[in-house]
Design a protein around this ligand. Structure first.
Ligand code: MN
Length: 251
């Protein structure tokens, strides 16, 4: 397969390199990723500034293109300018930290894979549920397996597969589970601080999921399952739309 590989943690992130290493023997992998970390930028794109691209080496070998833009910018510029349209799938990750629940909407990792879907390519976003000294080897192996396993499904359906892997030793993982994206609100906290000049500033310091449904990504991941959710970018509420269409609106 011809794979476009990107992320939101930056082109030098360990998770991206682990995924590259797991895929490059069997696939043609093209790396186009942000030059610096762009986590939680969601589906933002750059329109007011130029996009600059640098060739990046890993060791002495060409590795990929670093872009001074967002994950979604990377996918667009890869397809339109750097790699061309002949790719089979967009892979994004492996992200440092889970992308489940409402955080899916803020995620640059998921948005890069979804951008692929918008442009007509299937996408996989893969995240590891750990921020502290993560070991990406098993998650990279999972990504490679899923790519083989779902190649037929990907060729027949255009969607983004959101994959989250628990940060557990392989033998403690309970299995793979298809789940819904949790929509339960997050409990968020801001810390109010004062800078050395006496000005108040705020820093988001914690968030907690409030979900309890085991059929959701948030709960299944916390229980030790690898979670899989098919996503799509059309966020219209179709059932409500059909109902609203029956109403007469006279202005
Ligand atoms: Mn990230």
């Amino acid at each position: 397969m011809r794979i476009l590989l990107t992320n939101d943690d930056g082109i030098f992130a360990e998770g991206l390199c682990a995924l590259y290493d797991a895929l490059c023997m069997e696939h043609e992998v093209f790396v186009v990723a942000p030059e610096a970390e762009r986590s939680a930028v969601g589906h933002a794109i750059t329109i007011a500034d130029p996009l600059r691209v640098k060739k990046v080496k890993r060791g002495r070998k060409f590795f990929g293109y670093a872009v001074n833009g967002t994950p979604a910018d990377c996918v667009k510029i890869a397809v339109h300018e750097l790699i061309g349209p002949q790719i089979d799938i967009v892979l994004s990750g492996i992200n440092r930290g889970a992308n489940v629940g409402i955080n899916v909407l803020y995620s640059g990792t998921v948005s890069a894979a979804t951008e692929g879907v918008i442009l007509g390519y299937p996408g996989i976003a893969i995240s590891l549920n750990s921020y502290h000294d993560p070991d990406y080897c098993f998650a990279a192996y999972v990504a490679a397996c899923l790519l083989d396993h779902f190649s037929d499904i990907f060729s027949e359906n255009l969607f983004c597969l959101n994959v989250n892997v628990p940060a557990l030793p392989a033998h403690q993982i309970k299995g793979v589970k298809w789940v819904n994206q949790s929509t339960a609100p997050l409990l968020e906290k801001f810390e109010k601080r004062i800078d050395p000049h006496g000005h108040v500033y705020y820093w988001q310091c914690s968030e907690k999921f409030t979900e309890s449904d085991p059929e959701t990504d948030v709960v299944a991941l916390s229980q030790g399952f690898i979670t899989l959710s098919p996503l799509y970018f059309n966020i219209t509420q179709d059932t409500l739309l059909q109902r609203l269409k029956r109403q007469n609106i006279s202005l």
